[in-house]
Design a protein around this ligand. Structure first.
Ligand code: UDP
Length: 192
């Protein structure tokens, strides 16, 4: 599969439908997968933080979340097929996960948001099992990681904003052979 390098970050040149298909296949296969949905802020931050950049290049897929990346690619005469937003991927995977009786773990946002999220998922995606949840304001992550290990979800959604979410995933993805994805403010949007 084709990748396009933008400021040294290898972006997956794919469209939403085929990317979804690939992720679904990897979830079914219990492949350990780390997806970064990178917006221009993330790309700029990575320019100034070498370790964060290394961590992005260690991901299985970096996709272009944000029209700025798509426009940048076009200016560099290396057009990307499509913008792939974290939020669209999130809701699509919840819906597919519900239809296919998958399970998901949610880390991020404030306690009241995560409580609302549980309700929304329960109502809108009834086939999806909530393996567990934790708010995004924690110091020590050991309890969360142990819980993820114990519940072995199919998907782990981390919405604590960058760079924290990608750092959390890179450090802890060994805990479950799941799809791990950083999602910025997506829990707030879904419950908002
Ligand atoms: N957040 C969190 N823990 C933190 C800081 C932020 O869980 O220590 C949450 C916050 O409640 C919000 C999301 O992370 O739900 C940040 O959303 P934003 O759109 O700012 O994400 P970014 O664009 O910074 O990745």
């Amino acid at each position: 599969n084709e990748q396009i390098s933008i400021l040294d970050i290898p972006f997956e040149n794919t469209d939403m439908a085929s990317f979804e298909g690939r992720l679904q296949q990897r979830i079914n296969d219990h492949a350990n997968t780390f997806v970064v949905t990178a917006n221009p802020e993330i790309v700029m931050y990575a320019r100034e933080h070498r370790l964060y950049k290394q961590l992005l290049t260690s991901a299985d897929f970096v996709v272009a979340d944000g029209i700025g990346i798509v426009l940048g690619a076009k200016l560099l005469k290396q057009p990307l097929a499509e913008r792939i937003t974290g939020y669209d991927l999130f809701t699509q995977l919840l819906s597919w996960g519900s239809d296919n009786l998958k399970s998901a773990y949610f880390v991020g946002a404030k306690t009241e948001v995560i409580n609302q999220l549980k309700q929304v998922v329960h109502e809108k995606y009834p086939g999806l099992t909530i393996a567990g949840t934790h708010n995004g304001y924690f110091g020590d992550d050991r309890n969360i990681v142990a819980d993820i290990e114990r519940t072995h979800p199919d998907m782990v959604f981390v919405a604590t904003g960058y760079p924290k979410q990608e750092e959390f995933i890179a450090k802890n993805r060994h805990a479950a052979d799941a799809l791990w994805m950083g999602l910025g403010g997506s829990f707030d949007v879904l419950t908002g």
